[in-house]
Design a protein around this ligand. Structure first.
Ligand code: ZN
Length: 380
């Protein structure tokens, strides 16, 4: 069984535990996280009390489904500071998603959470992409396309594994010629990689196809995507077709075209292995819920609402009920890694709305807020 520092210190080893060890390890780190939040967060404790859940009593992976979840829609609320476990003064960053639907989500992170998340991401990138050097061309959407700005930060962390990188701020006036110029300039000097949301890679592909430009990147070039098609859903290309076109127009091997799945409110980032299966980090657990009855976990393989349990967050409980629809598989992947693989199907329609056993209104109105938490609420 691995502790959280052991997982973060050796991400590769954490991905090849036996399935039994994986279950014990992920249960252990999530139990510790739940105990941490239950002890320090009055709102979360109220949820545990209402459900009769004692985090310390969790000793089996099947017990994880009992943990109270925070619907991600709560992060859009003006009174979302009630979700905090740390004090407002400890917040270092507030990651916003402009959202494709109105009100942005704001996910506050303290320095401890950021450090753990950065360590986890770098370990994950190195584990899955084995990148060391080369040049990265980052296609960054400009706001308001950037509905996952936090995710872009995730992408930008990738630049620390490259020798050289360039950001192209790209939007509707995306300059594919400029992208092409960078790729040509780096030719023969460095292995060239492209990073960005699929809709911008799609624009580049369309330009190359229209202009009949044939670019051959390098044998180990990668195309790494995150963030979906946004309001460009009409132009969305199914995964396999997308990889085929990356191969045809850019000469990148299909196995080196990798997508990732994540969300602003969570530190969880699931990255595709060369078999295009998105591996859930060993410090996270995905629970698929019955959309009509969120308290109920569905059996493996069944499609439902994605809940993410993350052990890295200390700023607020990382136990989130998302609005996304998908399914999960547990076991050993063909790539040799163990644990969970997530299949994201689509964004849900509910805008992350869902209910906690004890609502924010009831919690704030009940007078059960501890004295120590009052200043933070007043300050906001
Ligand atoms: Zn795999």
């Amino acid at each position: 069984m691995l502790s959280l520092p052991q997982m973060l210190g050796n991400v590769s080893k954490a991905h090849v535990q036996s399935v039994e060890d994986w279950a014990r390890s992920v249960t252990g780190v999530l139990r510790d996280a739940a105990i941490y939040h239950e002890a320090r967060n009055g709102f979360y404790r109220a949820q545990c009390d209402a459900l009769g859940v004692d985090p310390a009593a969790i000793n089996d992976i099947n017990d994880l489904q009992d943990l109270p979840l925070l619907p991600v829609g709560m992060f859009k609320r003006p009174d979302a500071q009630v979700l905090l476990t740390c004090s407002l003064a400890d917040i270092e960053t507030e990651t916003r998603s402009s959202g494709t639907r109105g009100v942005p989500s704001v996910a506050p992170r303290n320095s401890e959470t950021l450090t753990l998340a950065l360590v986890g991401l770098i370990g994950t990138y190195r584990e899955f992409f084995s990148l060391s050097g080369g040049a990265g061309l980052f296609l960054n959407p400009s706001d308001p396309e950037a509905s996952e700005m936090g995710l872009l930060k995730d992408l930008n962390i990738l630049n620390c594994v490259f020798d050289h990188h360039t950001y192209l701020a790209a939007d509707q006036a995306f300059d594919a010629r400029e992208a092409l110029e960078h790729l040509r300039r780096w030719k023969g000097h460095m292995t060239r990689h492209i990073v960005g949301p699929p809709f911008l890679i799609g624009l580049l592909l369309r330009f190359l196809e229209r202009e009949k430009v044939n670019v051959r990147l390098d044998p180990y070039s990668m195309i790494i995507t995150l963030g979906g098609w946004k309001r460009h859903t009409a132009e969305a290309i199914p995964d396999e077709g997308f990889r085929g076109r990356c191969h045809d127009s850019l000469g990148v091997r299909a196995e080196n075209v990798r997508d990732m799945y994540g969300m602003v409110e969570s530190n969880m980032l699931a990255v595709e292995c060369h078999l295009h299966r998105k591996h859930v980090p060993p410090w996270c657990y995905i629970s698929i819920r019955d959309p009509g009855q969120n308290g109920k976990e569905l059996a493996p393989g069944e499609t439902g609402t994605i809940a993410v349990l993350d052990a890295l967050s200390t700023s607020y409980p990382g136990f989130l009920l998302t609005d996304d629809i998908g399914d999960v598989e547990t076991g050993t992947c063909g790539c040799g890694r163990t644990g969970q693989v997530i299949n994201f199907r689509r964004r849900g329609q509910g805008d992350g709305l869902g209910h906690c056993p004890v609502s924010i209104e009831r919690y704030l109105g009940s007078g059960t807020t501890a004295e120590a938490e009052a200043p933070a609420l007043v300050k906001a």
